[in-house]
Design a protein around this ligand. Structure first.
Ligand SMILES: NC(=O)c1ccc[n+]([C@@H]2O[C@H](COP(=O)([O-])OP(=O)(O)OC[C@H]3O[C@@H](n4cnc5c(N)ncnc54)[C@H](O)[C@@H]3O)[C@@H](O)[C@H]2O)c1
Ligand SMILES: [Zn+2]
Ligand SMILES: [Zn+2]
Length: 374
């Protein structure tokens, strides 16, 4: 344990080796020009966290996990308080964008920073937000709408990924969309597609997830039987909706090659298929289909700084989105949280980690309204 400030330590949850998390007291971060200290309120977990915890990821352990995070500003550098950079105050509620890009590579040079070849992500490639206090650059902070529950705000990160996939697909109001996979990414894509005015069919083999899809606004759901999808009856439904054309946009949020192949088969001629799901498995397609149907087959990674838009989306739909948050655990109970995350029988939508309430940090000047908000 190291501590340079005898009055003040933070607690970090360090994933030290496969399935082992150690709580460590660390020197509490201090603000610097352009860097605020965030007191964490909530972190949500996703499949990537399960892989890192399982030591089945590109990152070497140890690491502090957590890339979907929200909290309050605990401290700002006095120069930022004086200059009002970004208008931030102590006590402001913020979501953290975990993505860092180089600004120099080809992707960055054409504005597609979400595909930066040198990308880093808090909690995945460098220490993240499963810590009671974290110093974060101001440009990575997004204000949480007043009416949005802070425990839902971390879901702006997966929502931003879902929005990127929908944007890559150039979704238009009124078109018929098939979303394959009703995990958090597919479900949040569904919420955004409905927000845009699309007709949305969601497919999955997990009935509980299809129930969630309906709760989140899907127009209809298709149960998938592997090897028999779509059934004749399901295909008839799609044909009736589209005068036999098929959906003009398919979003794969499974990472299953079979789902992408079916999407390419089902999509309308001149349609778009977006692959947001990730897998190392090989995909087999008939090359003829891509050319003859003139399909746009599009990859989608991370998001082009859509956390702010995602917070607004969550805010508009927080009554339904709350259903996605199926489990909550205290920060002190991470072993149970991760065990639940990888338990296929647990019926997990999203798991939220709640941080303990702590008193405001002492001895830091606050702006007039600072520190008074929840
Ligand atoms: N591109 C990115 O930047 C990015 C970021 C985060 C996650 N991802 C990927 O997106 C995918 C979805 O993430 P998630 O958190 O929602 O995952 P998840 O595992 O919770 O959900 C995937 C869902 O797909 C369903 N499924 C699997 N095979 C299917 C098939 N053939 N047809 C229909 N449904 C099928 C599963 O039952 C599950 O409900 C994952 O592959 C994940 O790795 C990509
Ligand atoms: Zn995630
Ligand atoms: Zn770059």
């Amino acid at each position: 344990m190291t501590s340079t400030t005898p009055h003040h330590t933070a607690t970090a949850a360090v994933t030290t080796s496969r399935r082992i998390i150690e709580y460590r007291g660390i020197a509490a971060p201090v603000p610097a020009p352009g860097r605020a200290v965030i007191r964490m309120a909530s972190v949500t977990l996703c499949g990537t966290d399960a892989h890192i915890w399982d030591d089945d990821y590109a990152t070497e352990l140890p690491i502090i996990q957590g890339h979907e995070a929200a909290g309050t500003i605990a401290a700002l550098d006095s120069s930022d308080l004086d200059s009002g950079t970004g208008g931030w105050s102590v006590g402001d509620r913020v979501a953290i964008s975990p993505m860092f890009y180089c600004g120099q590579c080809h992707a960055c040079s054409i504005g597609r920073v979400n595909a930066c070849r040198h990308m880093s992500v808090y909690g995945c490639y460098e220490d993240g937000s499963l810590v009671t206090e974290q110093a974060v650059p101001l440009e990575k902070l997004y204000r949480v709408p007043e009416t949005l529950d802070l425990s839902l705000a971390p879901m702006s990160e997966p929502a931003s990924i879902a929005m990127q996939a929908v944007n890559r697909g150039r979704a238009q109001a009124g078109e018929t969309v098939l979303v394959s996979g009703a995990g958090p990414i597919g479900l949040l894509a569904t919420v955004y597609l409905k927000d845009l005015g699309c007709d949305v069919t969601v497919s999955d083999m997990n009935p509980a997830r299809l129930t969630l899809a309906t709760a989140l606004g899907a127009d209809r759901t298709f149960a998938v039987t592997p090897g028999d999808f779509p059934t004749a009856a399901q295909r008839t439904v799609l044909d009736q909706l589209t005068r036999g054309d098929g959906p003009s946009l398919v979003i794969d949020a499974t990472g299953a090659p079979a789902s992408v192949a079916t999407g390419v088969d089902l999509v309308a001629t001149a349609g778009r298929v977006v692959c947001v799901g990730i897998s190392d498995a090989e995909l087999r397609l008939t090359l003829r289909t891509l050319a003859v149907k003139e399909i746009d087959l599009l990859g989608s990674r991370n998001s082009q700084n859509l956390i702010g838009e995602a917070l607004d989306l969550l805010d508009r739909h927080q009554d339904s989105i709350g259903a996605l948050l199926t489990h909550r655990f205290a920060f002190t109970d991470l072993d149970a949280a991760f065990a639940t995350l990888v338990d296929p029988t647990a019926g997990v939508g999203k798991i939220a980690i709640d941080f303990p309430e702590r008193p405001e940090r002492p001895a830091r000047p606050a702006s007039p309204e600072g520190g008074s908000r929840p």
